[in-house]
Design a protein around this ligand. Sequence first.
Ligand code: NAP
Length: 251
Amino acid sequence: MQPISKSNWIEGTILEQKNWTDSLASIKIDAKVNPYISGQFTRIALEINNEIISRPYSYVSAPSDNFLEIVYVKIPNGILTPELSKLKSGDKILVNNNAYGYFIMSEVPEGDNLWMLGTGTGLGVFISLLKTNDPWKRFKKVILIHGVRKKGELTYSDQIAEFNKRYPQQFNYIKSVTREKIDGCLNARIPNAIDNGIFESITNIKISKTSQFMICGNPDMIKETINNLNNKGIEINRRSKPGNITIEKYW
Ligand code: NAP
């Protein structure tokens, strides 16, 4: 918790609160923050019992949008998210003036195809990145893979349909629901599907040392996916040693 200091905080206004499931929601905010880059996160805060309580959230919105957007999991006994979930259009919220992080396209080295692998709310940052021109200009194919527990957590389908309409030859989207059997969806964890080649056979795109990967979401999924990619000779991307796997852990 931080002492109350409003110097870094911009007061924003809630434009919309959308409930995707009982425990998954997103909010759109009007706030005049400093410029950010798609892939970065900010901090969202509320003043609760005279303290500013804040948590980091990646932007789902892109700099070209005239609103800010984040997606969040409502943590039942959490401090911030139960309060966030009560907010309605017109209510006030605090947004950090600055954005942070290096899960951005300029950190991703060149390659032929871009694989974006996300679980749960980890999809959101890819929506922001795919709203920009960079991935589409730089990569022959862009493959977005979203892994969730239940069908209702397959968020942003309208926005994804727009990407598909705009880039039909270039874009591939795979949904995987692990705790329900759903027609049209895989029923596999991401690292396993990398390991057994399911993604390659569905897309007809080979995973190779010239592929680039961006991975975001559940830290155990990230760890296991890195491990399975390492087994194929594909290495993590570091500033000191460029590679093919760029990651963002969510908790
Ligand atoms: P999740 O448990 O991360 O599951 C999302 C997908 O990831 C599911 O398909 C799940 O498969 C898969 N997965 C989980 N562990 C994996 C592993 N080791 N390897 C490969 N795949 C794996 O669900 P979530 O809804 O995104 O989040 C779950 C919990 O995380 C929430 O209860 C929330 O408290 C917490 N969370 C915290 C934050 C935060 O910022 N603190 C943010 C988001 C979520 P299975 O169904 O097979 O497990």
